[in-house]
Design a protein around this ligand. Sequence first.
Ligand code: PLP
Length: 387
Amino acid sequence: MTGFSTRAIHAGQEPDPRTGAVVPAIYQTSTYKQDGVGGLRDGYEYSRSANPTRTALEECIAELEGGAKGFAFASGLAAEDTIMRSLLSPGDHMIIPTDAYGGTYRLIDKIQKVWGIDHSLAKVSQADAIRGEIRPGVTKMIWIETPTNPLLGIADIEAIAAIAHEAGALLVVDNTFASAYLQQPLALGADIVLHSTTKYSGGHSDVVGGAVVVSKNVAVPEFADAATRIGFHQNSMGAVAGPMDSWLVLRGLKTLAVRMERHCDNAEKVVDYLRSRSDVTHIHYPGLDSHPGHDIAARQMRRFGGMVSFQLAGGEQHAVDVIGRTKIWTLGESLGGVESLIEHPGRMTHASVVGTELEVPADLIRLSVGIEDADDLIADLAQALDA
Ligand SMILES: *Cc1c(COP(=O)(O)O)cnc(C)c1O
């Protein structure tokens, strides 16, 4: 199919042949009538294995990422666990970012490690640092986020794909922060892309979900059957997206492109405002020329996204006080919804990495810039900072 929004609105979602319904039905069913033993209609047998609403989402997200096969899960972390468990074995090694979603690090450090998957940390913005952590024949997966959460670091997907493939390892990209609209990791050489669809894909803070898309050209022969393995694991382990949740994400995807344009517009205006303030000591936003990953981001992203982090003179307590004073910016975890959110990563989303190499600055404030009127967002930040 053609452009991004055309795919977002139509892929996997033909009008219903019986009724003409334009929107895919929520097939809230666990099982399917068989026409004689084993006589399945359209392949549907039991909704852990497959459900038509989930199929629609899986086809849509695969089209949006330009991949061979999509899978929808009950959460982003269920998607991550499925990638790791279906493709890695005890004794294998993976390289993960020093700046990553805290839950990802917890999954790898507290669950996969016990199971026998070892890991090393490397700064994703330094491709050579990643190369330096490779253990020949043992490193099977390089895992990156870009932009990273919460410091908005940028990884060069194309360069890291080359490093991974030379070593016989897969490159997995967590594309949650950028969304499929702003960045297409598979086209840049990644083998697998994943999303917490809870964030921009769903986009309305009303669903928790995850998705995985496998490339049409998995570059490591040992993992040529990656999609089959992930599908087998998805059904065997069963953390699938339910019909209602699948439908909500599908609905969100239809407006992803227009929402992302507005998220980016508003983030740029908020960044301009923050730059005007002398008490803001550091702004982490890849759209800034001064950002060390700016050129790479400009090359591999359509625009620079709706996430902004910044540091404030006055230390941790001042940052916490400012966060407590906003009225339109809702104090809360998560990101990527239409409403603007503000949070303190050190005590909230990234509390699980305190005391590790992933610990974030104590005076850091993270913004998920929503799609409200930018002037209102800026006025609210101003009153919170000036109070
Ligand atoms: C939220 C998030 C996840 C985890 O997804 P859940 O849906 O909360 O399980 C993974 N990666 C990133 C970058 C996230 O922001």
